[in-house]
Design a protein around this ligand. Structure first.
Ligand code: SF4
Length: 230
């Protein structure tokens, strides 16, 4: 049997983690516009905007951008100058350039504009890395796909593997393995599970503070156990 890393939780603990998270999310999540859609284009726009930009700022820009470019076809047909103008205030313009390039690529020669459903295929498109591919597969297509961003990496490390440092590339790979391991069984549960990990990392288990008193994961969290042991 292949060697199983020590940081990987067994099935019962993984299930407990995911159930607790999802229950918490249903009661405590913020109502954000991109959580009300499964349109892959809209999900992608939100994910690109959310990289490097605060949620409160994105809420405003997201609505305006989609009013201007309601479909991937309208975006593909727009002149680059107009796309850049619509991104003004968000910064990191490479995101807008890549999004525009991607829109053209999937609509060229009468292309349907559909985005792939599998992370490996999504990653072949301009500007889509491992995280964004997982996010579009899971949040738009409701596929059973893992994702790890800074919030998720922090939560997974604190709960399952406090010795892993998400800033170290080899440790980050281990956190991706944990993220795969703790996925729930179905795609729709994965949608909630992934959203919940990100929400918990943004609201409860943040980089600045661990709000363990408000956290649903105390009974499964190794960091909590070691902090309370003193
Ligand atoms: S119990 Fe504390 S350290 Fe563990 S995930 Fe929750 S907030 Fe983070």
């Amino acid at each position: 049997m292949p060697h199983r890393p020590k940081y990987l939780p067994d099935k019962a603990r993984a299930q407990d983690f995911s159930r607790r998270l999802r229950r918490w999310f249903r009661r405590n999540s913020r109502d954000l516009p991109w959580r009300r859609t499964r349109d892959p284009y809209r999900v992608l726009v939100s994910e690109l905007m959310l990289q490097q930009t605060q949620v409160s700022r994105v809420v405003d820009f997201y609505g305006k951008f989609l009013k201007r470019f309601p479909t991937i076809h309208t975006l593909a047909a727009a002149p680059p100058k107009r796309v850049m103008e619509s991104w003004e205030g968000l910064g990191y313009y490479a995101r807008a350039r890549n999004l525009h390039k991607l829109a053209k690529q999937v609509t060229v020669n009468g292309g349907s504009g559909a985005l792939p459903t599998v992370p490996a295929e999504l990653q072949k498109l301009p500007g889509i890395g491992a995280y964004t591919a997982g996010a579009v597969a899971s949040f738009a297509h409701e596929k059973r796909a893992a994702l790890v961003d800074t919030n998720v990496a922090r939560v997974l490390a604190r709960v399952f593997a406090p010795k892993l440092n998400p800033k170290r590339p080899s440790d980050l790979k281990c956190l991706w393995v944990i993220a795969e391991e703790v996925l729930p069984r179905t795609g729709s549960a994965t949608w909630t599970h992934n959203q919940a990990m990100m929400e918990l990392g943004a609201l409860v288990c943040t980089a600045r503070v661990k709000r363990c008193a408000d956290c649903p994961l105390t009974s499964v969290c190794l960091t909590f156990a070691s902090d309370t042991r003193g």
